[in-house]
Design a protein around this ligand. Sequence first.
Ligand code: F0G
Length: 352
Amino acid sequence: MNWKGVIHHYRKFLPVTEKTPVITLLEGNTPLVFSEDLTKAIGPKVYLKYEGLNPTGSFKDRGMTMAISKAIEKGSKMVMCASTGNTSASAAAYSAKSGCLKCVVLIPEGNIALGKLAQAMIHQAQVIAIKGNFDDALTLVKNITDHYPVELVNSINPFRIEGQKTAAFEICDVLQGAPEFHAIPVGNAGNITAYWKGYKEYNDIGRSKQLPKMLGFQAAGAAPIVLGHVVEKPETIATAIRIGNPASWKKAEAARDESGGLIDSVTDDEILDAYKRLASKTGVFVEPASAASVAGILKLSKQGYFKKHKDARIVCTVTGHGLKDPNIAIKNITEPVVLKADIKAVLHEIGL
Ligand code: F0G
């Protein structure tokens, strides 16, 4: 197939017209990877929707192709977002591709993974670090974009959700219908909202005969939806989902309740275990936040949640690439040994 990006492929499901200038980096069409290891451990067939293979290394590109195309259609000259890193990387890249948009991003100082910062900067966004967290940054961005001719490209922009729902379409297209369960990390709660919208739309037109139960997972130190209240000082190693007051809180609860699913939390230790397990036993390298979905299904499995569902399929969205956050990877491995450039020494070391 000659893949031309999510707007081209799913045009009839998206609010675009002939007049919409399509800004694309050919995002989407990401692999649905079967995990033998997780299937053996859990029972139902486990698939990973490997969103780290999008052009900027995260699922944000699906929404950003829409948000940036619509901003240009409207005549905007400047876009702005708050970000834990991936949104800023994506907004910066798509703005660069447009050739005509200035991109400004607000990030929480000291809490953004190295790769994401590098991306926003090399794509020439104006990057401003805020002495505060993501929630503080988003409040500022909402305020500015409400009062100035600047387009907000966070996931409260409905075009972001429209673009991101295409991941659910792709899953149904591959599996010939929705899986029984869909597990997903939850931060600002845009993505769980988008998937649920996508699954419902495919169900409505008969492309799927069922809807999945949506299983959302927050990091334990940043789990406002699970706790039922705002977390003033969210903390987690999974900086992408270090969010204490998700903008799409109510929509995430609706996805949970309408689907008969749940939103639970996983500890940083559980996230790191799943992160290492994915890399070492399935060969899929993700950033820590992405591993929350897998940590979540491992936790539920231990509680017997999937006992009666051995024939079911679980799709886990793994949202961002592991290379985004190299420091975490390096902290979780043992340093390589250093040897002389000598064959005997190398053979001895590898046990030959
Ligand atoms: N996983 C990754 C890798 C993310 O970057 C995000 C969100 C999420 C999961 C959660 O998705 O917010 O739609 O519930 N990152 C945003 C950002 C907040 O600024 O890049 P969500």
